[in-house]
Design a protein around this ligand. Sequence first.
Ligand code: NAD
Ligand code: MG
Length: 403
Amino acid sequence: MKIQNVTILGSTGSIGQSTLDVIKRHPDRFAVYALSANTRIDLLIQQALDSRARFVIVPHQMACDEFKAKWPPASIRPEVRVGADALSQTAADSECDVVMAAIVGAAGLPSALSAARAGKRVLLANKEALVAAGSLFMAAVRDAKAELLPIDSEHNAIFQCLPHQGRASAPSGPAPGVSRLILTASGGPFRTRSISELDQVTPEQACAHPNWSMGRKISVDSATMLNKGLEVIEAHWLFAMPAEQIHVVIHPQSVVHSMVEYEDGSVLAQLGQPDMRTPIAYGLGFPDRISSGVGLLDLARAGRLDFSEPDLEQFPCLKLSFDALKAGQGACIALNAANEIAVDAFLNRKLRYTDISKVIDSTLSWQSGRSELNYATLDDVLSCDLHARQYALNFISSTLNLT
Ligand code: NAD
Ligand code: MG
């Protein structure tokens, strides 16, 4: 078997680190081609030393100088590439076979798209790329005959429960016989709290997810359930499924990762421990199953599995996401952009937790008054994203700012 060269975009993050952990278990199958980091240069050095990466990508010259200065002189140093364009170029390198797209936010869109356009096997963790540019991204996958494997645990579960004949191509329509996709949601750390109790929530409380260990932005998204909203939009694009056939159910134990309901009444589910190494190993090994380091699921010990309907008043961000999906792509771009701005402000203690949904709501209203483009190019998408960010920033500083 030919060894697969893997590029990990966002290797210093939670998904990036889990990906390196799985790769390390399979030296006969995978080699690390390139790694990237935005800020944590010390960790990037450690990762590059451990994995013998051939390239690293850093955001600017200062980070490049730091990387080179701190690199142990006795070891062979990877080539250092600099800047956002280097991410896209490396993702498309002819020697790279697999790209893990694990940068957080719309910042990860250009490089994920570049990997798809170059016909790579794309392991997509970066859900924001699909939310902002679903049609463009899926068309690139189809045109370049790339392989697209969803890494988000819910979508990975759904992929596993759909017929795929060992191929990971972009579908042109809903899979035959499927009536609904059912995404499970833990409900996050505030599942049982009423919205009136959430005014004083701190970033630390919002990031303390009961079941999953994740980066800070997605942890806040899980608390507001905007994350589930992004995942509904992601599922719409990945599986060519209309919004009305995508359902969300609260499942606090995070054991059932999602389900596919068929017209004959069958419901297929994928279960496992809440550990992202399972979907990562699935994406890396597909169609083979390879070990991930995740322990076995002990259902008797789990004891019970609960399910309930989400409360859209308690989680306004989930409702706003369904609204955005119905409204169209401009609204989806605005939803994601406003959320990134709002979550960043909240994490920097410049915005109340309960104001996150207000920023999104206001940005969506503003976007609805703008003319809808067809977002056929990356520039169209990025320009809409930028305008929505500017609107959200202004809205925060003029209406909601805490400082
Ligand atoms: P994280 O914050 O832990 O890591 C983010 C990575 O992106 C880091 O390596 C960082 O250096 C890099 N990065 C951040 N901003 C960047 C920029 N402007 N340019 C280049 N690189 C940048 O995030 P995470 O939890 O690993 O999540 C990564 C992606 O995977 C997100 O889109 C998230 O929604 C998705 N995801 C994560 C999980 C999880 O369990 N962590 C599960 C499902 C999906
Ligand atoms: Mg998920």
